[in-house]
Design a protein around this ligand. Structure first.
Ligand SMILES: NC(=O)c1ccc[n+]([C@@H]2O[C@H](COP(=O)([O-])OP(=O)(O)OC[C@H]3O[C@@H](n4cnc5c(N)ncnc54)[C@H](OP(=O)(O)O)[C@@H]3O)[C@@H](O)[C@H]2O)c1
Length: 276
């Protein structure tokens, strides 16, 4: 059975007090898998997660990500072991812990020295600083390289009813599916959240046709669909109200036949970039 985690990328959108309330409400509702990254609100989300859960570390499954180096006026991608070592150390300090249950390399390209990064992650796991090795990626070529060479435990990648691309790769690895709500398009507020940009392979007119046909509550079907493919489903929330909606949708018993029909109807789009 897939687990529901909470992504913390947006928890500071309405300030620190609301961010802390979201974390507490999630914990209260039984969520234990909390996903963060050093880059979220420029280290502040890690600090908030660390201070909120101080004293409860052993209850949690804590994950973070590194590889985006702050240079003073922006971020640059830096997967070099010497940088990652510092980044991991700093994440541990902010999160008030001496290990992570799962640490992700936060992206990367085929131009990186992937073997050096892979070796770094292997050494951290051997030393017990991280319990599992993760990669967060949307690039099939990078994902394949890590699967062949990386002793990868977990892959984080987008997954939702509107973005099923990872199914086209047919991988044998636990998937942490981020973005199951497609930024709110797969919630009751979908019509207010439509934008001219569409979403991934869908343009706005496709979305206008499709979204009203998804069974209701749409958020419950969205989570249930992600649970079919992912080991961990990782939505985000920027308010306690959204967190409450999430927990309600997670408890809702969807009709499995309607879910089957929906999944048959929705396409698995191919990757259009970085395939080789
Ligand atoms: N490269 C990476 O590694 C990477 C990239 C992206 C995300 N992530 C991880 O994945 C997590 C989830 O990503 P995501 O934020 O894209 O997930 P998502 O669940 O698809 O979208 C979350 C957003 O949907 C909207 N939403 C949530 N509940 C709602 C409701 N009841 N009604 C209307 N709108 C609602 C909110 O948008 P508003 O805040 O606009 O209201 C919320 O921030 C992140 O927190 C992060 O941990 C990782």
């Amino acid at each position: 059975m897939a687990e529901l985690g909470l992504g913390t990328m947006s928890i500071l959108k309405h300030g620190e007090a609301e961010g802390r309330r979201i974390l507490e409400a999630a914990y209260e509702a039984g969520i234990r898998h909390f996903d963060t990254a050093d880059v979220y609100d420029h280290f502040e989300v890690e600090r908030l997660v660390g201070s909120t859960f101080a004293g409860r570390r052993n209850d949690l499954f804590l994950t973070s990500k590194g590889g985006n180096e702050w240079t003073g006026d922006g971020m640059r991608w830096n997967p070099a072991p010497s940088y990652l070592e510092q980044a991991l150390h700093d994440s541990l300090e902010r999160l008030q812990t001496d290990y992570l249950d799962l640490y992700y390399v936060h992206g990367g390209t085929m131009e990186d020295d992937l073997d050096a990064t892979i070796d770094f992650m292997r050494r951290q796991k051997q030393a017990g600083v991280i319990r599992q090795i993760g990669l967060s990626s949307i690039r099939p070529n990078v994902i394949r390289y890590w699967l062949e060479h990386g002793e990868l435990d977990v892959l984080m990648t987008p997954y939702s009813l509107l973005d099923r691309r990872i199914e086209s790769l047919d991988l044998d690895i636990p998937i942490v599916g981020r973005g199951p709500l497609a930024k709110g398009l797969l919630t009751a507020e979908w019509s207010e959240r439509l934008s001219d940009k569409g979403f991934e392979a869908w343009d706005i007119s496709d979305l206008r046709q499709l979204l009203p046909t998804i069974p209701k509550p749409i958020q419950a079907y969205a989570l249930a669909a992600s649970k079919r493919t992912c080991a961990v489903v990782l939505p985000g929330a920027s308010s306690v109200n959204q967190l409450n909606d999430l927990m309600e949708a997670n408890q809702y018993e969807v009709d499995p036949h309607q879910l089957d029909d929906l999944l048959v109807r929705l396409p698995i789009h191919p990757y259009t970039k970085h395939a080789t």
